[in-house]
Design a protein around this ligand. Sequence first.
Ligand SMILES: [Zn+2]
Length: 372
Amino acid sequence: MKKVNGHEIINLFEQWSPKRFAEDWDPVGLHIGQLNRPVDRVVITLDVNEAVVDEAIEKGANLIIAHHPPIFSPMKHIWTDTPQGRLIEKCIKNDISVYAAHTNLDVAPGGVNDLLASRLGLEDIEVMEPTISDPLYKLAVFCPVEHADELREELARSGAGAIGDYAGCSFTSTGVGRFTPAAGAAPFIGEVGKTEEVAEERIEVVLPGPLRSKVLKAMLAAHPYEEPAYDFFVLDQRTQEFGLGRVGKLPAAMELNEFANFVKQALDVPAARIVGDLSKPVRKIAVLGGSGSKYIRAAKRKGADVFVTGDMDFHSAQDAEMMDLAIVDPGHHVEKVMVEGVARYMEQACQAKGYDVSFIESEIDTEPFRFV
Ligand SMILES: [Zn+2]
């Protein structure tokens, strides 16, 4: 097993939940401390408060991955006799770094919203409110026939050729490559000053913009030629859309009242607020972790019968009622599903890389509300 530092762990995490998925206003990333030191235990939590930092100290962890950013508004002072200042002081004194993945983890496939959708047993899940898609490129590379299989494999391994649910997609045509090695060349095939003809394949793959340099590096490393010939094309297409919230269907319709009780059970909350006729049958469900008041129209546009989200405000609830969109508000804290979800994902990802690091699910309950 390989000892790792914070950067290696976060690089792996960001392959899943990149910062570019975050909303512009969202201060995601490293908040406290540094990533440039060894890490062998990581605490995963929804929120960072002093009790969570104490838990990290007690369990010997030196990195906390949280969903909610602990420093949301810019600070002008760090006064250590305030709760926030004390928390920062405690982290620094105990060499604990804090990293936040907020709306990027909401958007990431398999992140907060997919975790909620899966707890609710939804099927045919799609994104509710698209927020981002990437430009699509095409790479065409010319390669001697005998090396084409290996090159195709390396391109696929670097992430090129992913189309929807299919990986390693490529198209190949054959032809003849001609070249004359000039003085100073060290040709893989042929000799200086003599024109060569080689049976070659033209391999075409598509790739999302953010993978461009990774794919190019992989191609250059795998290609046998000193100076591989290749073209990058910008396509008039974009990748699949990523976004906030999810919409899906229950296996069978149920009455709103029954569904609300199911939500309480599935998301482990003691109470939920409901808008709408309790006997209304519901099947198409929109879900968005956190505060969803702003997204009632997006849920309605997607044809949802009911929208499951937290922090519903009075006037948005009235608007939803008028547009015949039922609401089940189980609170903001249901985002706690990310604790187990992130721990499982990162355990697997680190295991595959042989990283010697363990992930601890925080046991601190950060729900501020009690129900009477
Ligand atoms: Zn939240």
